[in-house]
Design a protein around this ligand. Structure first.
Ligand SMILES: *[C@@H]1O[C@H](CO)[C@@H](O)[C@H](O)[C@H]1NC(C)=O
Length: 337
């Protein structure tokens, strides 16, 4: 017995695994396109907006059935500030709706990622590079940070999937945002920082990591400044239900890179359809993330939330029954960890 306990204790120390795992609960972002145009009427006449009703039910399901402990809550920047960056004040009516989803997330005991889902853009223009200034994005974040400063399980997902921009200038924008969040009193929560190429996980060591690693807290440390990475497996960025692009070795390279610079990352989006092809590619990726659990904090798959019935990558559960990719990969691989 003593030997077995000692062995188990030894294993527990050596075993690495991700700490956080869960799902995106989409909806407050639906209608945002990759150039930062936001038209909620664009999809199904606006029928599928914020997951006000379905989101809380789904999060309770995922927390209790799958033991998931993190949810990412995408939201349009335009909604947060009532499409007005001159006043740039959180819109109280919208915030009531969004905060109810955030509170439902917190009520499950999970960590909750507030994700401004704007691709580093506002109506087609790049933040800090011809569009709104870094200070304007920081001013929005400052108010969000102040509102949630006392909630240790809130994570600030500063920007979803930047792309086609100057990475050095983008890093300066993110630095302004980090200072604003910390100065607003959110001194210790996790902040996620996304690089270019849609936060691509595999290209991160070359296209974004070397630049983003210079972003610091006010005291010069990088404590709780976490890189956000995304990856899909259909060679089209997460549009199709098939998976034909194995990337497992890429995650090992990214994990080695993170170890070499002493930093951590979170995979804010990854996913695929429910066929065997995706199960065969995504399950091993989750093994790699567990093996590199010292540098990969965890992941949120894409996506549950307020989707139309035939959405390609829907992970909306049917009652308490999960879709295949969740029941075959995401839930069991997290349970193993
Ligand atoms: C985004 O929406 C705008 C406005 O409808 C449109 O002009 C633009 O082409 C769209 N961009 C993409 C990449 O879908």
């Amino acid at each position: 017995m003593a030997l077995r306990s000692a062995l188990l204790a030894g294993l527990a120390v050596q075993a690495t695994a991700v700490w956080l795992a869960g799902v995106n609960i989409a909806g407050c972002d639906i209608g945002m396109n990759t150039t930062g145009y936001y038209d909620p009427e664009d999809s199904y006449n606006g029928e599928y907006g914020c997951p006000t009703t379905v989101g809380p039910t789904q999060m309770q399901h995922f927390a209790s059935v799958d033991s998931f402990n993190v949810f990412r809550l995408p939201v349009a920047w335009q909604s947060l500030v009532n499409n007005d960056l001159v006043t740039n004040e959180l819109d109280s009516t919208f915030m009531e709706e969004y905060d109810a989803i955030v509170q439902a997330c917190l009520d499950t005991g999970a960590h909750c990622i507030i994700d401004i889902h704007n691709y580093a853009r506002w109506w087609g223009e790049i933040v800090g590079q011809g569009g709104p200034s870094a200070d304007e994005l920081a001013a929005t974040w400052s108010q969000i940070a102040a509102k949630y400063a006392s909630e240790s399980n809130i994570i600030f997902g500063t920007m979803n999937e930047p792309h086609d921009l100057d990475i050095g200038t983008w890093a300066a924008t993110l630095q302004t945002v980090v200072y604003a969040i910390r100065d607003a009193g959110a001194t210790s929560q996790l902040i996620f920082l996304s690089g270019t190429n849609y936060a691509n996980a595999i290209s991160f060591p070359t296209d974004s990591g070397p630049t983003l690693q210079s972003i610091v807290n006010r005291d010069g440390t990088t404590t709780n400044l976490i890189f956000e990475l995304h990856q899909y497996f259909d060679s089209a960025g997460g549009i199709y239900t098939y998976c034909n692009d194995p990337e497992a070795t890429g995650f090992e390279t990214t994990g080695d890179y993170l170890r070499s610079i002493g930093r951590q990352a979170f995979v804010g989006e990854l996913g695929g359809g429910n066929g065997q092809d995706c199960i065969d590619i995504i399950c091993p990726v989750l093994d790699v993330l567990n093996d590199y659990g010292d540098v990969f904090l965890g992941w949120t798959s894409w996506a549950a939330g307020n989707w139309w019935p035939d959405y390609e990558l829907s992970e909306v559960p049917d009652g308490d029954t999960d879709v295949a990719i969740v029941s075959s990969c995401f839930a069991p691989k997290f349970a193993e960890s």
